[in-house]
Design a protein around this ligand. Structure first.
Ligand code: AMP
Ligand code: GLY
Length: 430
C-alpha cells in the first residue's frame, strides 16, 4: 500500500511508526511530517489546507489510504474532498468532526441520546446578559468552554462567580479565543480521575484500544497551567474491564448509532475524554481523532497490523482482529521548551537522538532540521516513550526517564511524575 499520514506532531510520528511495521506497506508519505517521520518514509512539503493539491498528490502517487492526524483539516472537510476524489480516508467527514469542533453540538447530541456527561447550558455572545444572570443561580465550581476549536485553551475552570464572570469577559468581550468563543457552554464541574479511550470505527462497528491517561497540567502533581499534554501511559488500570464495558455500552455504541441517525456517520478514531466519577464514566469531551500524547503510549502496546486496522475502518469494513493487546505497557514523557504553554524560545540544537535502545522510541513533535542538525521548533518538542511486553508501568517509567538522560537541549523541561497515578495499582486485565 501507498499511505499518506497528514500532520507533523508526535501523534503522526507514532502513527507512522506503527504503520511502518506492516508488511502491507510499500510507500509512506508524511505531509508535512517532521524529522522523526523523515526516517520512516518521505516527507512531502504540501500545505494541509490545500485540499485540491493533496487530492492530486494522492492520485499521482496511487495512494491507497490517507490517515488524517489533526482536527483542523478534518473540520475543514479534507476527508470529504479526498473521498469524493475516490481516495480511502481514515478520519471522519466534516459533519461528523463537529463532535469535537462544536462543543454545543456535542453537548446537545449527548443530551438527546442520553449519553452521560456534565449538565450544561449554551449561551451565544448576544445572550451575554442572560449568561451573567445564570451565574447567579449555579453551584460553583463551573466550567466555561468556548464552543469552537481553541487549540486546547478554551476551557476555563471557575471556582467562584468572580472567576466565571472573568471567563465570560474573555469569551465575549476580549475575544481571547477568537470566534471559537462566540458561543459558550457553561457546565457542571465533575470530579474523578480522567481517562482517554480511543474507539476505532468504520461508522458502525468499533474496537477500543487500551485506555490511556494523559497529564494535562504543566507541573508535577497536576499543578499549573493546562497544556496539550505532558505525558501519557497505557493501559490505565483505573479503567477496569467493568468500566470499559460501561463506556462501550453507555457511550461509544450510542454515539455511533446516534451520529448515524443524525446523518453524520462517524468513521475514524473517536476519542472519548472521560471523567470516571462515582456515578460511573461521564464524557468530558469527544475528539474526532487520535489524542496526543496518548497515541504515543497506546500504539506501542498494540500487536498485529495497525495499517490493516485503519484501512479496514476507512473501507467501511472494520477488521476487529487486525490488532490485539496482549499485556504490554508504555509510558511517554513529553519534553517541552521551558515557558510552554506560554511563550518559549525555539531553535536549540537537540543532542542524543542518535542513541538507540530496545523498547524506547523518541517521537518528534516540535522539531525541525537545520542543515544537519535537529533543533527545537515548538512547545512540545519530543515524546520519549518506553514500552515493555509486560504490564509494568513502573519499569516503563524508569526506562523512559533513563532514556531522557541522554537527550539534551537548552531549556528542556519535563514532568517527573508521569504514570505515578497508576504505579502500584492492580494491572488492568483489558
Ligand atoms: P477539554 O479541553 O474539554 O478536554 O478540557 C480540558 C480539561 O479541563 C479536561 O481534561 C479536564 O481536566 C477539565 N475539564 C473540562 N470539563 C470539565 C468538567 N465538566 N469538570 C471537570 N473538569 C473538566
Ligand atoms: N491529549 C488530549 C488531546 O489530544 O486532545
Amino acid at each position: 500500500m501507498h499511505v499518506v499520514v497528514i500532520g507533523s506532531g508526535g501523534r503522526e510520528h507514532a502513527i507512522s511508526y506503527k504503520i511502518k511495521e506492516s508488511k502491507a506497506l510499500r510507500r509512506l508519505y508524511n505531509i508535512p511530517g517532521n524529522p522523526g517521520t523523515d526516517t520512516l518514509g518521505e516527507n512531502i512539503s504540501l500545505d494541509v489546507s490545500s485540499q485540491k493539491e493533496l487530492l492530486q498528490f494522492c492520485k499521482d502517487n496511487t495512494v491507497d489510504l490517507v490517515v488524517i492526524g489533526p482536527e483542523v483539516p478534518l473540520m475543514e472537510g479534507l476527508a470529504d474532498t479526498l473521498r469524493l476524489g475516490g481516495i480511502n480516508v481514515f478520519g471522519p467527514q466534516a459533519n461528523a468532526a463537529v463532535i469535537e469542533g462544536d462543543k454545543a453540538f456535542a453537548k446537545n447530541f449527548m443530551k438527546k441520546y442520553n449519553i452521560p456527561t456534565a449538565d450544561f447550558v449554551v449561551f451565544d455572545k448576544k445572550d451575554y446578559g442572560s449568561a451573567k444572570e445564570y451565574l447567579g443561580k449555579v453551584k460553583f465550581p463551573v466550567v466555561v468552554k468556548a464552543c469552537g476549536l481553541a487549540a486546547g485553551k478554551g476551557v476555563l475552570i471557575c471556582k467562584d462567580r468572580q472567576e466565571a464572570e472573568s471567563a465570560l469577559r474573555e469569551c465575549f468581550e476580549t475575544s481571547s479565543f477568537g470566534s471559537a468563543g462566540d458561543r459558550i457552554v457553561i457546565e457542571e464541574f465533575m470530579t474523578g480521575q480522567e481517562a482517554s479511550v480511543f474507539a476505532i470505527t468504520d461508522g458502525e462497528n468499533f474496537i477500543c484500544l487500551p485506555a490511556a491517561q494523559d497529564h494535562k497540567r504543566i507541573g508535577d502533581n497536576d499543578t499549573g497551567k493546562n497544556t496539550g499534554g505532558m505525558g501519557a501511559y497505557a493501559p490505565a488500570p483505573i479503567v477496569t474491564p467493568e468500566i470499559q464495558e460501561e463506556i462501550e455500552r453507555k457511550i461509544i455504541s450510542p454515539v455511533l448509532k446516534g451520529m448515524k441517525a443524525e446523518g453524520r456517520p462517524f468513521s475514524g478514531c473517536l476519542y472519548c475524554g472521560l471523567m470516571l466519577t462515582e456515578e460511573g464514566p461521564r464524557v468530558v469531551e469527544f475528539n474526532c481523532r487520535f489524542g496526543d500524547p496518548e497515541t504515543q503510549a497506546v500504539l506501542p502496546v498494540l500487536e498485529g497490523d495497525f495499517l490493516l486496522l485503519l484501512y479496514s475502518a476507512a473501507r467501511g469494513n472494520l477488521d476487529k482482529n487486525a490488532v490485539k493487546y496482549s499485556g504490554g505497557s508504555a509510558v511517554c514523557v513529553v519534553a517541552v521548551s521551558s515557558g510552554y504553554p506560554e511563550s518559549y524560545r525555539k531553535g536549540f540544537e537537540i543532542s542524543g537522538l542518535e542513541h538507540e535502545e530496545d523498547g524506547v522510541i523518541v517521537f518528534h513533535a516540535g522539531t525541525k532540521k537545520d542543515s544537519d542538525k535537529v533543533v527545537t521548533n515548538g512547545g512540545r518538542v519530543l515524546g520519549v516513550t518506553a514500552f515493555l511486553n509486560k504490564n509494568d508501568l513502573k519499569a516503563c517509567k524508569e526506562k523512559a526517564y533513563k532514556a531522557l538522560e541522554n537527550i539534551h537541549f537548552e531549556n528542556i523541561f519535563f514532568r517527573k511524575d508521569i504514570a505515578d497515578k497508576a504505579i502500584g495499582k492492580i494491572p488492568s486485565k483489558f
